[in-house]
Write a protein that binds this ligand. Structure first.
Ligand SMILES: O=P(O)(O)OC[C@H]1O[C@H](OP(=O)(O)OP(=O)(O)O)[C@H](O)[C@@H]1O
Length: 252
């Protein structure tokens, strides 16, 4: 399958199918633009395949926009992940694979979806660092990090996070004295969760603190992390980062 994308001067996106066959699209999916582009491709593909019902359409989303908005936070506010999921569902893909979604709600809302595990990236990091203690930063991350720790036979220290006026307040439930720690989570936005956690781990005697996140957004506060986190490991699902402080695994 081959296609062509054109952009009009007013921002409109249009797609043209050049060669037929199964559709296998891989996108960051971290912008509405990305979603509209695949909607155009899928619409053109459907029109071309109206007579060939056995062709298959698969979508891979590396960093789903709105994945954190997995509930209606306040009355009268929009439930954004539901809006995004409804739009993706309207395209009727046969399979939608999503890399390390923030919560299972993405999978529940998006039809025919399945999770792509981040295990291989954590495993590479864990081995490169020489088997550090894994740290899960909050209840949301605990389940998947616990599963990964079991598979790696790694020690796991859970920590709890509550946000007070937006700022994370941390409590660590384990002994990290004299140990190297690897915090494992799905995404970093400003990174304050990890800055506070790394400071707390070091205050409790951790010798080094590393961070793994699948979706390295770092929309703000990136430089500050260098004060408490020794090195960051991530994928390029959200963006490419050129900084020796960061090791990125290519997924795109
Ligand atoms: O880089 P930061 O700005 O610190 O944000 C990163 C944290 O935020 C997200 O969790 P969130 O608090 O949204 O989890 P929730 O679903 O439990 O509210 C994410 O899973 C990280 O733990």
């Amino acid at each position: 399958m081959k296609y062509e994308i054109k952009k009009f001067n007013d921002g409109q996106v249009t797609a043209k199918i050049i060669e037929g066959g199964n559709l296998d699209l891989k996108i960051r999916g971290n912008s509405y633009q990305d979603l509209f582009t695949i909607a155009a491709i899928k619409e053109a593909w459907d029109a071309e395949n109206a007579m060939h019902k056995n062709a298959v359409a698969i979508l891979t989303i590396l960093c789903l926009i709105g994945q954190r908005s997995d509930r209606r936070f306040h009355k009268a506010e929009s439930f954004d992940l539901k809006v995004i999921a409804n739009f993706i569902n309207s395209m009727k893909f046969d399979k939608v694979s999503i890399l390390h979604p923030h919560s299972p709600i993405s999978l529940a809302l998006i039809a025919n979806s399945e999770m792509i595990s981040h295990f291989q990236y954590v495993e590479k990091t864990f081995k490169a660092l020489g088997h550090p203690v894994l740290v899960s930063p909050d209840a949301g991350a605990y389940k998947t990090t616990h599963e990964i720790a079991e598979k790696l036979a790694a020690d796991l220290v859970p920590s709890n996070k509550v946000r007070i006026n937006g700022a994370p307040v941390i409590s660590i439930q384990g002994d990290v004295k004299g140990k190297e720690c690897l915090i494992v989570d799905d995404l970093a936005d400003g990174g304050r969760t990890f800055k506070f956690l790394a400071e707390a781990l070091k205050a409790q005697g951790a010798t080094k603190v590393f961070l793994y996140v699948t979706h390295a957004q770092f929309n703000y506060g990136f430089e500050e992390l260098k004060e408490s986190i020794d090195h960051i490991y991530c994928t390029n699902s959200f963006k490419d980062i050129t900084d020796t402080y960061v090791t990125q695994y290519a997924v795109l």
